[in-house]
Design a protein. Structure first.
Length: 256
């Protein structure tokens, strides 16, 4: 396969997985129904890998003798260790996974619905992870900007170096830990019907201007129950804005 520095995937009803290349070669592995062959396009154009797939509508057979046969559709992209421009992966009703690929990406866009998103060990200027009814788990991400959006599912961001972090979900918890910050930290988290926990061992509370709000629950700072559902400070240069309802907020800081 020809070399590429960008990836654009636009498929439906199938998972998308990025894996490290074992031999520094580029590759794509596909599985789909033979009847959809004409609907699958794989090309390299202008140094960008393009994968497009729109499955045909299928009629359901009620011949139960075939129930033991399972078919799976998927896209797997093998990435050599190098610098990439934009990687844009979009699917529906399927997960997106990009773990331990150890690559540098200028811009990373992961977009699905009814499926989880997982990514780890990536350096990027900006990452957006957008799904619904699916969890989002990011770890080991080095990025100037991370933006996450989902619903009805939890979000976890851990062990990375960031500057700006924005998380929006509903009916799901949010957990942040092991993060370090380049420059002034800017963290915004909003959810509902779920708790929020942040564990910033490399930061002091005084590094932030804290604004935390919840309802029907309390706020904890370094394990101390403040017995209140509102908490603000005005000391730091960074921003930590946490908002939820029907869930507790727990904040832990280090470097005391």
């Amino acid at each position: 396969m020809k070399a590429f520095i960008g990836v654009n995937i636009d498929v439906a009803n199938m998972p998308v997985t990025f894996l490290p290349s074992d031999n520094d070669s580029y590759g794509v592995k596909l599985a789909y129904y033979a009847t959809d062959k004409d609907n699958m396009t794989v090309t390299v154009k202008d140094n960008t890998l393009i994968v497009e797939y729109e499955p045909q509508k299928r009629y359901i057979s009620f011949d139960f003798s075939f129930l033991s046969e399972t078919k799976k559709e998927y896209v797997i992209v093998y990435l050599p260790k190098q610098e990439y421009g934009t990687i844009d992966a979009s699917t529906s009703n399927g997960m997106i996974s990009m773990e331990k690929v150890d690559v540098v990406v200028k811009k990373l866009i992961l977009d699905t619905s009814n499926g989880p998103i997982t990514a780890s060990d990536i350096s990027t200027d900006m990452i957006t992870a957008d799904t619904s009814n699916g969890s989002v788990s990011l770890s080991g991400i080095v990025s100037e900007e991370i933006r996450v959006k989902t619903s009805n599912a939890p979000v976890k961001v851990s062990s990375g170096e960031i500057s700006v972090l924005e998380i929006r979900t509903s009916n799901g918890s949010v957990h942040l830990d092991g993060l370090t910050f380049a420059g002034k930290p800017d963290v915004f988290v909003k959810t509902s019907n779920g708790g929020i926990s942040t564990d910033f061992a490399t930061c002091r509370e005084s590094d932030f201007r804290v604004k935390a709000d919840t309802s029907n629950a309390n706020i904890f700072v370094n394990g101390d129950n403040l017995r209140d559902n509102h908490y603000t400070t005005k000391d730091g240069d960074g921003r930590l804005n946490l908002k939820t309802s029907n869930g507790r907020i727990e904040m832990y800081f280090g470097l005391d």
